[in-house]
Write a protein that binds this ligand. Structure first.
Ligand SMILES: Nc1ncnc2c1ncn2[C@@H]1O[C@H](COP(=O)(O)OP(=O)(O)OP(=O)(O)O)[C@@H](O)[C@H]1O
Ligand code: SF4
Ligand SMILES: [Mg+2]
Length: 330
C-alpha cells in the first residue's frame, strides 16, 4: 500500500444487497489506502461503487446494503466492526463528509452557525455554547463566508448555492478531522465556485494536514488536486497509483479508455477510442475480468480468471493479466 502508515486502509471490502443466498455484489473486494495528509481521487463510471465504498467507512450504508467481508482500518481499528456510538464519534469528529448536495448536510430548520455549534459540542461536550458560537463564526470566516457573525444566524435557504457549499465544508472541517470524504463536491457548481471549493480542500490539507478522498467524474479536477488516484470498475479498484504516473503511463485498459475520453486528449489526436459499451449491473457481472466484454486486449484467461491488483511500479498497482502496450497514451 502507500509508504507511510496509512490513516485509512480498506482491504477486501465486500458490500452486497438482496437475498442472502443470491446477493448482488455491489462492491467486490475493494482495496484502498489513504496516508495522513494525502489527497486521493476516486474515479470510475457511474455505479462502480465509489459512494458505497466511502459510505461504509462512516457506517452510513443505505438500508438493504450490508458489508459481507473485508476491513475498514482506521488508525488500527476496524470501523466495519465499530459500534454506533463509536461511529457517531468518528463522523464529523475524526472524519468529515462533504456532499454534492448541501441539503444532505444542512437542516433547513436550523441556523447555519448552529450546525457548527452542534458538531463542535457533540465532540467536545465541555465546550461552552458561547465559545462554540465564536468558533462557528471563525469557521465560517475561514471558508470565506462574508459577514460571518450575521450569516451564522441565518438559515440555509438564505444562502446561495456556493455559500451553502462553503457552510457545509465549514461543518465538515469544524472539528479538524484527520480525513474529509468529499463525494462529488463540485459537480453541481459553476467553474468559479468549483475552483473555490477545491481551494478550501487544499487549504485544509496544507494547513491542518487533513487527508482528502475526492470522489469525482472530473479527471481534470483529479489532475489538479490529487496525489494519488484510484480507478474503480464494476465494484473493484482496477488501478491505483501516483497521479502523474497514472495519467502519463496508465496500465489498465479501462483507465486508458477513461483518459482517452478526456476532451483535451482527444483534441490532440493522441487518444485511443473511448470505451464502447456499458458497465455491467452488479447482478450481471461477467466471470473472469469484469471488464472483458469491453476490453480490446481481452484473451482467453480474461474470460475465466479475475486478475488481482498487482504492483506495476513503486506504489502503482493494476488488476490486468496483460501488460500495457509501450507508450500507450504517449
Ligand atoms: N440501496 C441500494 N440498494 C441496492 N443497490 C444499490 C443501493 N445503493 C446503490 N446500489 C447499487 O450499488 C452500485 C454502486 O453504487 P454507488 O452509488 O456506490 O456508485 P457510484 O460509483 O458512486 O456511482 P455514481 O458515480 O453514479 O455516484 C450501483 O450499481 C448501485 O445501483
Ligand atoms: S484482464 Fe484482460 S479483459 Fe481485463 S482489463 Fe486486462 S486485458 Fe482486459
Ligand atoms: Mg456516487
Amino acid at each position: 500500500m502507500t509508504s507511510p502508515d496509512p490513516l485509512l486502509e480498506i482491504t477486501g471490502l465486500r458490500l452486497e444487497a438482496g437475498a442472502a443466498d443470491a446477493p448482488a455484489r455491489l462492491v467486490d473486494g475493494v482495496d484502498l489506502a489513504v496516508a495522513p495528509g494525502e489527497v486521493v481521487g476516486l474515479v470510475g463510471e457511474s455505479g462502480s461503487g465509489k459512494s458505497l465504498t466511502m459510505r461504509s467507512v462512516l457506517g452510513l450504508l443505505p438500508s438493504g446494503v450490508r458489508a459481507s467481508g473485508g476491513r475498514v482500518g482506521w488508525d488500527g481499528e476496524d470501523l466495519l466492526a465499530a459500534s454506533e456510538p463509536r461511529l457517531r464519534e468518528v463522523r464529523g469528529g475524526e472524519i468529515g463528509m462533504v456532499y454534492q448536495d448541501p441539503s444532505q448536510a444542512l437542516d433547513p430548520l436550523m441556523r447555519v452557525g448552529d450546525h457548527i455549534v452542534e458538531t463542535l459540542r457533540l465532540h467536545d461536550p465541555r465546550l461552552s455554547r458561547r465559545a462554540a458560537r465564536e468558533r462557528a463564526v471563525e469557521a465560517l470566516a475561514a471558508v470565506g463566508v462574508p459577514d460571518p457573525a450575521r450569516r451564522s444566524r441565518q438559515y440555509p435557504h438564505e444562502f446561495s448555492g456556493g455559500m451553502k457549499q462553503r457552510a457545509m465544508i465549514a461543518v465538515a472541517l469544524a472539528n479538524r478531522p484527520r480525513l474529509v470524504i468529499a463525494d462529488e463536491p463540485t459537480t453541481a457548481l459553476d467553474v468559479t465556485i468549483q475552483a473555490q471549493v477545491l481551494d478550501l480542500l487544499r487549504t485544509a490539507r496544507d494547513e491542518l494536514g487533513t487527508a482528502v478522498v475526492l470522489i469525482t467524474h472530473d479527471l481534470g479536477l483529479v489532475a489538479e488536486i490529487a496525489d494519488r488516484v484510484a480507478v474503480m470498475y464494476a465494484g473493484s479498484v482496477v488501478e491505483v497509483g501516483p497521479v502523474g504516473e497514472l495519467f502519463s503511463d496508465p496500465q489498465h485498459p479501462y483507465t486508458r479508455g477513461l483518459l482517452a475520453s478526456r476532451p483535451h486528449l482527444a483534441a490532440r489526436g493522441a487518444a485511443l477510442p473511448a470505451i464502447a459499451g456499458q458497465p455491467p449491473l452488479p447482478t450481471g457481472r461477467p466471470p473472469g475480468c469484469a471488464f472483458h466484454p469491453r476490453c480490446p486486449l481481452a484473451g482467453d484467461l480474461c474470460v475465466t480468471d479475475a486478475p488481482l491488483l498487482e504492483l506495476r511500479g513503486p506504489d502503482h498497482r493494476t488488476a490486468c493479466h496483460v501488460p500495457a502496450p509501450e507508450g500507450a497514451l504517449r
